[in-house]
Every structure is written in C-alpha cells, then in structure tokens.
Ligand binder design. Sequence first.
Ligand SMILES: [Mn+2]
Length: 282
Amino acid sequence: MSQTIVDLLNRGAEANRADKFRRGNLICLPAKGSLVVTGDIHGHRRNFERAVAFADLVSNPDRHLVLQELIHGGPEDSRGGCLSYKLLFDAVGYKLSFPDRVHIIMGNHDTSFISNSEVMKDGREMNRSMRLALNHEFQQAGTEVELAMKQFLFSQPLAVRCDNKIWLSHSLPSDSYIDEFDQRILERELIMSDCEKPGSVYLLTWGRNMSQSLLDKMAKLFDVDIFVLGHQPQPQGWSRAGENLIIIASDHNHGCLLSVDLAKSCTVEMLINSIVPLASIL
Ligand SMILES: [Mn+2]
C-alpha cells in the first residue's frame, strides 16, 4: 500500500517536471482552448469533485484545470489527524490521467510542509496534524510517504502564465518584501531555502494585502494584465481585490471556480462574469 503511494507520488513529480507546457517553473498556456481555475481547496473533496466534473477534461481536449492548496483541512481521523493527504493523492492520480492539462501549482501550505515550518489553520499546527494521520495510516512507512509527498510538492510549478496575459499563482509577495523577491525562481532550478522565509518561493506563496502599486509593478515584471490568486480567505467565494486582481476560494460551501477562454483577450469584468459557484455544479 505505502509503496503504491510512493510510486504514485514519484510518477506525479515526474509528470510535473515533464509537463508539456512547463518552461522553467512556469506553466505557459497558449491562445487555444480554455482553462478552469480553482482557489484553495484545503481537503474539500466535494469541491474538488465538482471542479473535476465542471472541467470535464475527457470531453474537452483543449481544456486545462489548475488546482492549488489541496492539503490541510477537511476530514480528520479519530485522533484529530488531518487526512487531506488522501485528496492530494487523488489529485496526483488525476494529473497522471491528464498530465499536460492538470496543473497543480505551489501553495504556502506546500512550502511549509516541504520545509517543516509551522502553519496554523483554525488554531492547529497543520503539519503536525497531518503527520499524525500519515504515521497512523502508514506506520513505519509514514516517513517514506512523507518524503515522497515533499518531493512531489517541491516539483510543482509556481505559476501559470496565459498567452492572453492572465497570471495565476497562489499569491504574490507582500509590499514589505517586494525588494527581496527574486524573479529568477521562475526559471532556475529551486533549492530548499527558496521555500523558507524569506526565500522567493515563500514570498510568492505567502503574501497578503497587496497594494495597487505592487500589483502594477508585478504586472509589468511578469508582462501580464490580470492576476487570479488564491490564499486570502474569501467568505463569499471570491473578491476583486485590486484593479487587476481577482481572488478566489474553493474550500467551503460558497467556494467558486473561474472559467477562462484562452483564445480571447479578457477584462477583469469578463472574468468576474465567468465565476461559477461550486455549489451550482452537480
Ligand atoms: Mn494559502
């Protein structure tokens, strides 16, 4: 059982690296087909299933699905251990079924798992909670499964850049750290310290409350027009958090996804009109 999981994660990591649309640590999508984007999922299996059903990749050969922040949250075992790794394993299996069209991007809960740093959610340290459940399920192989999970997460791309100048990442650097952000992480091979504060992968996945001037500066730097991010909680499922920024969340009953026509240029207003409440699916 544990060997099957380790193999799955290793194949997933290989698929992340071999993704046909990957350039360095970016996924670059062409002006063709469509894209479905989710915000943070945090173990919310029902919403993951709804996003998969909505995307219907079997019937839509030019469609892509972007997922993020799958771990930490959702069901727990009898000891209170976090079982969200099960959803991660299923998402990896799904990536393997559509290796060039399912793209799982790096979130801050991933960087904290990779670097063993603390990350709180609802008053609990989530890595400890998930490790408890992993060790309970996999016993002495728990450490091996944990290592394969870290290697999978570390192999994830950092962001998606669409030809129509839409940018998707888990977050962006905060204003106070912008001078320390090194955009070369988008191209070069990553090292572990990139995921630790104040490494640039850390900064890219942990930032909050970006000012409009920061958004404009990053738009210029990445040569994009619109940002679609997750990370910052959205009780209503989404918000417009700047002239060129939409934040979406997919981890609760008001969660949403966003559907994008890759072949057209888009305005923020057009994207807002293509936000779909997950509860309306299935
Ligand atoms: Mn986050």
